[in-house]
Design a protein around this ligand. Structure first.
Ligand code: ADP
Ligand code: MG
Ligand code: MG
Length: 890
């Protein structure tokens, strides 16, 4: 029996296609959507897609192609030839193609597209004859040589730019459009010499050879550093591979009835429901994105809003524009989402070259989701699923205070909203280096390219001197949520001097600026910022999310400010109030130190007496703010030496200023020193050794709760013991807590509902959860420490070596950022199961850093926790992620 041979190639064009939009995994996003548009009958230049499986095969077989690929490609090419009436490599009537990479998810780190492939010294003459435009033919050829040499042969762009500049100087011409056919011919000749000089062999003339060179380059680019970095940042698996799209060329550079452009069906920055984009007359695709010439607006309204004079597409080419408008509207209805579209007009004829769901800012994502629900295109469930929870971060952070004094250094385009302050740097590497040292930096570039991505990621904001709203900088910054001002033409960068000049002033590296991405302005110095307003679309989407959510969301908060922020963001309680922060406050740290120095229990109790009123006041305020919502209070956790200074000098100074015995203080500090504090005398080990500490804390909690209950809703305290590992330990702590609680309640004659529980931070605690649940009424998974103790890795030291593990693919992600579901997650599952076996009503939550990480929240939903607790600013992210987890689970 023979099985079907594998199909490596899928064709599209002429109103039909072998694939469709559902085949993104096989055809990549670009290929699948070209097929879909083609089958919809839209004007797509015919072509074909080599599958991602061919890429996977290529890497699995020592970078070789599957046997059948060559034949399938040549068959597909024949179809394109008959569709277009041209022939590949034919000197009289040449078919030219573009070679485009295309992974499942759009990846700016991948290979740049090669246009006009198939041109050589013969076919260029054919193209000149056919078009009747020799200038166009040689303009296309020089573009091809430059792109192919750069992308496939690895020759730097500037080699070609220098040659071009020399010719322009010689001819005294300032813009490319000023060069004539014979100028381009001479430039092409010089380009070819430059290639031969660089490579030691001539520029490849054979079309077939060119094609396969480009295909390998696409496959090879899957493993380049840029692509690897991008994949790591976006959690894209290496195993996906990329597809290759080979498509017949259409030409936007055939004179003034030709053009090329990009469009979004709605504004990707604000979400406004209006066609948005840019186009260039007499140009080829990359010109728009590269920011070489300043593009023109698509619609008249947009042109007028920007105060531009050069005509919009609507005005310059009204007939094609009308057709274009109806095509993009159709695409948006078809995909039921905002589309990001590329098109070209060749001598008055419209061609569609790409469509995909457009990247957008969080603000736009919310607005568009709400609009689409309003327009009946999607349901509110879909709207909830469409917004990336992590992206909400952009909205939860400050913007510039409207009443702040603004000293504008330069103006540009509002390419990506939000505000950021930092020191200016002029290279991606420097941005990465300084941010690694904890500095906030603003990356300033002439224009950005995929090589700058790591720097954009490291920076808090980006400024470019050139490029439009759809330039590389703008698109990538929006995707990353980095505020960006693009095309700030007033800025003149001098990279060698590490400075820029603007409005007559010079700004050197390290100077602090603030960028206002919403306005498109660069401001001098650090400017005041304000918290954003969370109403409108945000509130609407959150209400939909809350109606689907099962998990409760709490916040980790100990200060009144954090607690208020948490409530404003919708927290339903406090999941972790760390009491040690309260010990550091001025006014009490002296008493804390006195307690540490005390020789005996009586001495400690005397010192604790002094701390009690402070501690009680802390809880009163917290309980008032939380108005009856549950508040989980963790008793003292850090080792006592953290409350003392470290060096002998500091200890002496402290003793002097507090009238303490210096030698005794130094001796005590030495006694408390530990080899491994993370696993030392900390957590409930303090409470077991010195129960008077925990007794004071429990008393403070109950006195506060009783006081608040007199005038407001009674608080719901949950007293949490840290770092418990054994049944007997838990029982001891539970008894201690109950004893003090009963005592205070009977003293005051008021009953308070409360619970006693533990953090699960040790593997032993997870495994023996059935024992702990005999006394613990709740568990809160402290996944920071649980990750440390499970991996045997100290989080504070992990930075030095984790990167090696991630680079080698041994760890996919930093386990301190996203929960290790396999290991730590397994322990959580065991604890949930065993805890419930003993006490079915045991309340379960998570309070580590992971409580605000969407992937970890999905895990918490799956194992059936009751709540997640995260930092106040992540509460909305957690609300949305929890809703998505519930929707996807059902
Ligand atoms: P990217 O993913 O970087 O946008 P693309 O493959 O989409 O790369 O192409 C880069 C530019 O070249 C785009 O402007 C695109 O519209 C243009 N382009 C690609 N293929 C063709 C073609 N067959 N004819 C004309 N222009 C093309
Ligand atoms: Mg590109
Ligand atoms: Mg594209």
């Amino acid at each position: 029996m023979t099985s079907e041979p594998t199909r490596w190639v899928y064709g599209f064009g002429g109103g039909v296609a072998d694939g469709d939009a559902s085949m993104k995994n096989l055809l990549g996003g670009k290929g699948a959507n070209l097929a879909e548009m083609s089958a919809l009958g839209l004007p797509v230049p015919p072509g074909f897609t080599i599958t991602t499986e061919a890429c996977t095969h290529y890497y699995a077989n020592g970078q070789t192609y599957p046997d059948a690929l060559k034949i399938q490609v040549s068959e597909a090419l024949k179809k394109v030839e008959s569709e277009t009436g041209k022939a590949f490599g034919d000197p009289k009537n040449p078919l030219l193609v573009s070679v485009r990479s295309g992974a499942r998810a759009s990846m700016p780190g991948m290979m740049d597209t090669v246009l006009n492939l198939g041109l050589n010294d013969q076919t260029v003459e054919g193209l000149a004859n056919l078009s009747g435009d020799r200038r166009f033919a040689f303009d296309s050829y020089r573009r091809f040589i430059q792109m192919y040499s750069n992308v496939v042969l690895g020759i730097e762009h500037n080699v070609f730019e220098e040659i071009l500049d020399e010719h322009k100087d010689r001819l005294d011409v300032h813009v490319d459009t000023g060069l004539m056919a014979e100028d381009w011919e001479r430039i092409v000749a010089d380009y070819k010499i430059a290639v031969e000089d660089a490579l030691g062999r001539p520029f490849p003339q054979d079309a077939e050879l060119q094609l396969w060179g480009a295909v390998s380059a696409v496959f090879d680019s899957w493993m380049n550093d840029r692509a690897k970095f991008y994949r790591r940042m976006h959690d894209i698996p290496e195993s996906w591979g990329t597809a290759v799209n080979i498509q017949s060329m259409v030409f936007g550079n055939m004179g003034d009835t030709s053009a090329t452009g990009v469009a979004f069906t709605r504004n990707p920055s604000t979400g406004e429901a209006a066609l948005y984009g840019e186009f260039l007359i007499n140009a080829q695709g990359e010109d728009v994105v590269a920011g070489i010439r300043t593009p023109q607006a698509l619609t008249r309204a947009a042109r007028e809003a920007m105060g531009e004079r050069s005509p919009s597409m609507e005005e310059a080419m009204p007939t094609v524009f009308a057709e274009f408008k109806s095509v993009v509207e159709r695409l948006e209805r078809h995909y039921r989402d905002m589309q990001d579209i590329e098109f070209t007009v060749e001598r008055g004829r419209l061609y569609m070259l790409q469509t995909r769901n457009g990247k957008r800012t969080a603000k736009a994502a919310l607005k568009i989701a709400c609009q689409l629900v309003g327009e009946g295109l999607i349901s509110s469930d879909e709207a909830v699923l469409r917004v990336d929870p992590a992206s909400l971060d952009q909205l939860l952070h400050p913007t510039i205070d409207p009443s702040a004094v603004r000293s504008v250094i330069a103006a540009g385009l509002p390419a990506s909203p939000g505000a950021a302050t930092g020191k200016i740097v002029f290279s991606a590497d420097e941005a990465e280096r300084l941010s690694g040292l904890g500095e906030a930096v603003i990356l300033v570039r002439e224009e950005t390219s995929p090589e700058d991505i790591h720097g954009m990621h490291a920076a808090t904001g980006v400024i470019t001197a050139r490029g439009g709203m759809t330039s590389h900088a703008a698109v990538v910054a929006r995707g990353m949520g980095r505020p960006c001002v693009s095309g700030a033409g007033e800025i003149q960068i001098d990279e060698s001097a590490q400075c820029f000049r603007a409005r007559g002033r010079i700004f050197s590296a390290g100077h602090i600026v603030t960028i206002d991405g919403g306005k498109g302005e660069v401001l001098d110095g650090a400017v005041d910022m304000v918290r954003p307003e969370l109403s409108g679309d945000f509130a609407e989407l959150m209400a939909w999310a809350d109606s689907h959510r099962r998990l409760k969301i709490r916040a980790n908060a100990e200060t009144p400010l954090d607690a208020r922020t948490a409530r404003e963001f919708g927290a339903e309680g406090i999941g972790l109030c760390r009491t040690e922060h309260m010990f550091f406050d001025e006014g009490r740290i002296a008493a804390v130190r006195e307690m540490i120095l005390a020789d005996d229990e009586a001495g400690r109790r005397r010192a604790l007496e002094k701390i009690l009123p402070f501690q009680k006041d802390d809880f009163v305020e917290l309980f008032q703010i939380m108005a009856g919502l549950p508040v989980t209070i963790r008793l003292l956790d850090p080792p006592l030496h953290e409350f003392l200074p470290h060096t002998e000098d500091e200890l002496r100074t402290l003793a002097q200023s507090n009238g303490l015995d210096a030698d005794k203080l130094i001796r005590r500090a030495k006694e408390l020193q530990e080899t491994n504090p993370m696993l030392g005398w900390r957590g409930c080990r303090l409470g077991v050794a010195f129960p008077e500490i925990y007794e004071m804390q429990v008393r403070a909690i109950f006195e506060a709760a009783i006081e608040v209950s007199k005038t407001a809703k009674p608080p719901a305290p949950e007293i949490m013991h840290p770092l418990v590992g054994k049944r007997e330990e838990m029982k001891y702590l539970k008894d201690l807590t109950d004893r003090v609680a009963r005592q205070v309640m009977s003293e005051r004659g008021v009953e308070i509902d409360y619970q006693v529980g533990t953090m699960i931070e040790l593997p032993r605690a997870a495994i023996c959860a059935d024992h702990l649940a005999e006394s613990a009424e709740f568990f809160s998974f402290g996944t920071n420490d649980l990750t440390q103790t499970t991996f045997g890795i100290s989080r504070d030291d992990s930075g030095r070596f984790l990167d090696y593990y991630i680079a080698k693919g041994i760890y996919e992600k930093d386990p301190f950022v996203s929960l290790d579901q396999e290991g730590v997650g397994e322990l959580i599952k065991i604890a949930v199961e065993r805890g419930r076996a003993t006490r079915p009503s045991v309340k379960l939550g998570i309070c580590g850093e992971h409580g605000g990480d969407p992937a970890s929240i999905h895990f918490c939903e799956r194992v059936g926790l009751d709540y997640v607790s995260c930092s106040p600013y992540r509460v909305p992210i957690a609300r949305l992620a929890a809703a998505q987890a519930a929707l996807q689970g059902s």
